[in-house]
Design a binder for this molecule. Structure first.
Ligand code: NAP
Length: 250
């Protein structure tokens, strides 16, 4: 059995590790190629786009893929839609692996928005020293903001367009609570901007912001494709795959 994991997340890597250890299926992980030195999962790895839904459907047929796991980031909606279209076209079962989003707790001052453009306006209204953790790809949405200063955290250095008043913090999660407290303090941050990525690796910033009574602007997730079953954890997704390899497995 050949399983394709569309990756780029911690969960995708953990799923590849679990299935690789199990050893009953052949695993190929696919990465978009955005990060210069990605943490590679075990098993076969391919890098780069497929050429839209049609290209992905062709790839599934040519490589005789028996199951696809879309374990891409909740905000990577183009590849998720392509996966839904391609899997239907090639008659290959598809599962989405999506970590749950974050939920506010007492003391949080969250401002939910639908787009990065809206996030820029909301952050600008709430503060002047903005900790931006939405990734380097969406910085163009903040490029017009001249009266706020941005601390941009990203894995690789951003390319223009980006805000004129900005400092870059090159770093990659997981992040610790103490580390996040220190970033907020050292840079005198007065508002945090994040996507609702979910997961533990980047959640400490939310607690640090709550403790410091800072407002947080949170971009809502785009809708997931209709009709695709969803697993919340790599373990659930691995069971889904193994049930296909060994129908008697629980
Ligand atoms: P996207 O907008 O949904 O996808 C744009 C194009 O990139 C897709 O049409 C596809 O090209 C290619 N692509 C995306 N993921 C791929 C994969 N796993 N394997 C092969 N090709 C892929 O995606 P994005 O938001 O730019 O994210 C790119 C990657 O970074 C994803 O794999 C995602 O898991 C990861 N990531 C994204 C975010 C985020 O906030 N968006 C955060 C962390 C990690 P073709 O049409 O040519 O096939």
């Amino acid at each position: 059995m050949h399983v394709l994991i569309l990756g780029g997340t911690t969960e995708a890597r953990r799923l590849a590790e679990t299935l690789h250890e199990d050893g009953t299926a052949r695993i190929t992980s696919s990465l978009a190629g955005r990060v210069t030195a990605p943490r590679l999962p075990p098993g076969e790895v391919r890098v780069g786009g497929f050429g839209g839904a049609e290209g992905l459907a062709r790839w599934l047929r040519e490589h005789q893929v028996d199951a696809v796991i879309d374990a891409t980031h909740p905000f990577a909606d183009t590849i998720s839609c392509n996966a839904a279209g391609a899997a239907a076209d090639a008659h290959v079962p598809l599962l989405a692996l999506r970590r749950p989003g974050w939920a506010p707790v007492e003391g949080d001052d969250w401002h939910m928005v639908d787009t990065l453009t809206e996030a820029a306006d909301t952050a600008r209204a709430l503060g002047r020293r903005v900790f931006l953790t939405t990734g380097r790809m969406g910085l163009a949405s903040f490029a017009h903001v001249t009266d706020a200063w941005f601390l941009v955290r990203s894995v690789d250095a951003p390319e223009p367009p980006y805000p004129p008043r900005m400092e870059v913090l090159l770093d990659r999660g997981p992040f610790t609570l103490d580390g996040e407290r220190e970033v907020l303090r050292r840079y005198a941050v007065d508002v945090l901007v994040t996507k609702d990525s979910g997961g533990a690796a980047t959640a400490p910033k939310l607690r640090a912001a709550r403790e410091a009574a800072l407002p947080v602007v949170i971009v809502r997730r785009p809708p997931a494709p209709d009709g695709v079953p969803v697993a919340a954890t790599p373990e659930e997704a691995a069971s889904w795959v193994l049930r296909r390899v060994q129908p008697d497995a629980s």
